[in-house]
Structure formats: structure tokens, C-alpha cells
Design a protein around this ligand. Sequence first.
Ligand SMILES: Cc1ncc(C[n+]2csc(CCOP(=O)(O)OP(=O)(O)O)c2C)c(N)n1
Ligand SMILES: CC(=O)[C@@H](O)[C@H](O)COP(=O)(O)O
Ligand SMILES: [Mg+2]
Length: 641
Amino acid sequence: MSVLETIQGPADLAGLSEQQLADLAREIREFLVAKVSRTGGHLGPNLGVVEITLAIHRVFDSPRDRILFDVGHQAYVHKILTGRQAGFDQLRRKGGLSGYPSRQESVHDVIENSHASAALSYADGLAKAYQLRGEDRHVVVVVGDGALTGGMAWEALNNIAAAKDRRIVIIVNDNGRSYTPTVGGLASYLNALRTNPRYEQVLELVKRSLNRTPIVGAPVYDVLHGVKRGLKDVLVPQGLFEDLGLKYVGPIDGHDRAAVEHALEQAKRFGGPVLVHCVTRKGYGYHIAEQDEADCFHSPPTFDPATGIPLTGSEPKWTSIFREELVEIGRQRPDVVAITAAMEHPTGLDAFAREFPDRCFDVGIAEQHAVTSAAGLAMGGMHPVVAIYSTFFNRAFDQVLMDVALHRCPVTFVLDRSGVTGEDGPSHHGMWDLSILQVVPGLRIAAPRDGTRLRELLWQAVGIDDGPTVLRFPKGAVPDDVPAVDRVGGCDILVRTGEPDVLVVAVGAMATTCVDVASRLAGHGIGVTVVDPRWVKPVDPVLIDLARQHRLVVSVEDNGRVGGVGAALGLALADAGVPTPLHVAGIAQEFLQHGSRSELLADLGLSAQALARDIVERVASLEGAPLDALAGGEHDPLPRG
Ligand SMILES: Cc1ncc(C[n+]2csc(CCOP(=O)(O)OP(=O)(O)O)c2C)c(N)n1
Ligand SMILES: CC(=O)[C@@H](O)[C@H](O)COP(=O)(O)O
Ligand SMILES: [Mg+2]
């Protein structure tokens, strides 16, 4: 039996020998590669925290002590050690193990939100609560060097440092990378500590002193702390973290479990906020990941573990089309610049950055700064294109509203991963952008239905210079082009069959589904017009006129129903006194769990079959006619369910 098979919970770690612990670390890595190669997921980050997570669960007492992970994509090892090994065959699959901590799964999990740079704020709050309640509990936070480039992290550190007696242990997992090498002054600071040759000597000294000195409390900590202060004062006049008032321990070799345990024991005894700086390598222990220059296998799809080669074909993705077209725009528009929040490749800016290195800015995981910096660039005469996943864009709402739109800055936001994303779960679905952005005066939103429209609309967006524009599209494969049969104003008519009974307003990528709906209704006496407004904000007046001509309007969007495109259309129809009934088909305003995009859309009633069935029922209720008469009785091609 392997050591790993004996681990059902953290308590099983206590009695293990050094050899067993070394075997366990190896077995965990083998487990991660074997499982994640079959499901896809965050392999690189988790390979890098095996020793750190083992040390945490040997030194602290979860769930009494709370273990928090920033982002949470690196919590697989934590899940393995807390009784969830069996779930990894269904990792990130509908109904299976979440790829992030989940309170529904385990009492050992706390934070379910996968948005970076928030964990330290949770820790500050939790520690305050335990102090007020007189509970002697530690709060342990694993935060990556990338997550530390986010502003919230520093807001939290500012507060944590002020409270000398709150039991918070911050473990900085410093692998020098977000996806790509971490950027900015902080990265340079951490790098200075990591890469100076004296660091190696000092590390050796620390290691020897740790191994020689049994854990007797203060002396070990003082050795660690004193030596480090010496190092830091030599390298950097004043320790950044110590200047804040935080006790700093490190840098520690994050793959030396015993050294990490020693440091955590000292931190635990200190009884106040301590920051333990662990130096690790992303993808550690799986050479294919370690050598992956792109992103160290940050989040690979299913792959062959022997070669690392993806098992799924690389079909043209929305991102690929954006990547290609932006380079062409960059060639013709020297005023166009690009901004990423530590996701240059995932958002498709990597090609632009290669061709125009001086015109592409990676600001770190700092979406709020990205947006207001874009306002500054626009005020300086440039036209910024800010590429951010839809869900991460949420946190920069005030910056879009007050720093960009109030000043009518010509900034183009490109929101990839809009709508139902899939396997990353509730805090990754981009189901809010069409709602929250409706309230921004002067901001225009385009939702391309296919690759050709993406190219067209991107050019139109960067051509608008009197205010901000947004393009939004989903994750994954691009549908075949959906040609228009007519153009009315700014709207494309995609289908026009029979009498003008039902007007289907297709928002962006839902157009393919809406055309399928029309074909399912064609043979049943229900005339359908499918219209793609292309620019979905502001509401195109053409839609008002088309609605007047039809008996029912159905809007279909891959966004929350509340406050989305359909809701805005409803307000416009009411303001125009158009009595045509409107049904808004969209995502129920609830947190969606993880699963494939197609599964989740079907569950939401956004499949062509479900939409067609719903329209048949709505038309029938308009006429009071029995459903069967409309739907062809036993011949009904729209079986329930
Ligand atoms: C607000 C926000 N922006 C972007 C992301 C996407 N993202 C997920 S992990 C990651 C890199 C995190 O780097 P780091 O904190 O150093 O962790 P590592 O992967 O290196 O362990 C990014 C940018 C996110 N989760 N949240
Ligand atoms: C953890 C995180 O936020 C990212 O790694 C995200 O999982 C990437 O999503 P995609 O795989 O859709 O690029
Ligand atoms: Mg990192």
C-alpha cells in the first residue's frame, strides 16, 4: 500500500517518518499528473505547493485553524490530504469535485471565490472575529507572488500589519510567475531576495541552524529572523514587509518540507502576524511542466502525461481570432496599445506583444489599475485595448464608470470568457457584464455572433473615439459564420420565415442557437424573424420597430436575465409604448456550478430544443389554441425534457 492510500485526513500525517513523507510527496505528484492529465486543470500551481501544503497540515490543526488559498487553484493537494482523493476522476466535471475550495465538499475549505488577491482580506476578517470571540485559532493563508500584485492584497496587509496579536500566518508561495513571470516592483523585490548569490549561502546557513537546533521556540526564530534581517539590510535597505510592521521569515526553500515546517512552527509560536516567504517552482517535479516556458502548465487541457501533448484538438477559438485581428489593427493604428492583467497569452495579447513590445503593458493581477491606467493612456492620445476575462472585469466597475466613461475616454474593453464558461465554476462564469455595464452612460457594447463579426466589430470599436466600447464573447470554439439575409439599420436579419409571429433577438454567440430554433419552428405555422443587433448597448431603435411588427419578442442572451440586454430592450419597448409581449431568455440570476458549457446552457433552458418548446408554448398561450394543434400533436418534434 502506498503512503498516499493511508491518508484519509490531516491527522494521518502526524506519525509519518521523513522517508514516508518524502515518498508521500512523490506519490502526490504522480497522482496529480495522472489525474489532471485525464481531466485538465491547474497542474503547474499544485505541483509547486506539495511540500508547503504537507507542512501546513502537519503544523496546523485544520479545520480548527483555517487554511485559506488565494485564487484557490492550488488547493488540489489540500483536497488530497483532506479525504477527497476519490473525487479527482471527476475533477471540474458537472457534479464532480470543484477545481477550487468548496464548503459543500469539506469543512476544511473556506474561500470559494477564485478571484485573486482577496484571501488576505478574508484572513484579516477571520482573525478579528476569532480575537473578538476569544477563540485561539490560527488563520493560515497561501498567497502567490502573482496574487500579491493585486491591490486588495496590500489593502489587507496594511490592516494585518497593524494588529500585533492576531494569529495570521501568511505563506507567500513565490514561484516568480503568474502565468508568465510576475511583473512590477514587488516582483523585482522578491526576485532580489531569491536570486542574490548570498541568498544561497544564507539559505544553507539557515538550513544548517534549523537542522542543528531542535525546535526550542525563540532561538530558532531569532536565527531565522536575525539572519534574514542581515541579508535584507544588505540587499534592500529596509524590508518591505517589515517596514509595514510584519514579521518576515525567509526566504525558505518551499520544496524543503522540513524547513517549511520549522518556519511555520516558529510563526505559529509567534502569536502575531508573520509572513513566511517560500521560494518554489511552478510545475516542480514534472519536467514537462517545469520546462514549459509559456506558463509551466498553469491550466492544461487533458494531455498525454508521457509527452505533455494536449489530447484535444486546437479548434479556432474566439481568442485566436481576436489575437490575429488585433495585430492587424496594431499595424494600421500606431495609437492602439494593449493592456493585460497578468494574462497576456490567455487573453490573446501575446502576438500583439511580440510585434509591438513597447505597446503592450502587463500590469500584474491588477484589473482596477489596468482600467484607470487605460484612461490615462487615452487622455494621452492613445487608444487602449484592455483584454480581461469578463468575470475579472467585474472588480473594475467603478474604474470603468468614473475613470473611463465619465471622461468619455476612447478605451476598448475585450471581455473573453463571457457568459457560461464551464469547468471553473461560479466565480468564473462571465454572466454579469451585460448587466452591470448597462448602467454606464455612453459606453457601447458589441456582442459578435461569429468570427467574422468579431473582426468587424473590433475594427468598429477601435474606430470610436468619443467614449468606451466593449466586445464580449464566450470561451472556446467559434461557431461557423452565420450570414445575414438582410441588414436593417445596424441590425443583421439572420432568418425571416413566414408571418412575423415571433421576433427572436439573438445576442452574440447565441445566434447559432437561435437560427436552430427558427428551423425547429419553421414547419409549424409559426413565423420567426431572428435578428442580431451586433451592438447590444444602446438598444437599437430598429428593434423597437421590428417588435411592433411581431406578436411576441424573445431575447436570448448568455448573461444573467436581470439587467441584461433583454431587460434593457423591455424598458425601451415600454418607453416606446410597444405592447408586444417580451420574454427574456437568459441565465437565471443564481451562482452556476461547474460543468461543460453545453451542459450548463442546456440546464438553463438555453438549448435550441428548450427555447423552441418554450416559444411554442408562449405562442399557443397568445392564441389560447391547444398546444398540440400548434405543435403538430403526435408529430411534435419538440419532445419535452
Ligand atoms: C482577479 C483575477 N484576475 C485574474 C485571475 C486569473 N488567474 C488565476 S491564477 C493567476 C496567476 C496567479 O499567480 P500566483 O498568485 O503567483 O499563483 P501561482 O499560479 O503562481 O501559484 C491568474 C492571473 C484571477 N483568478 N483573478
Ligand atoms: C485560476 C484562474 O483564474 C485561471 O487559471 C482560469 O482557470 C483560466 O481559465 P481558462 O482555462 O478559461 O483560461
Ligand atoms: Mg506565482
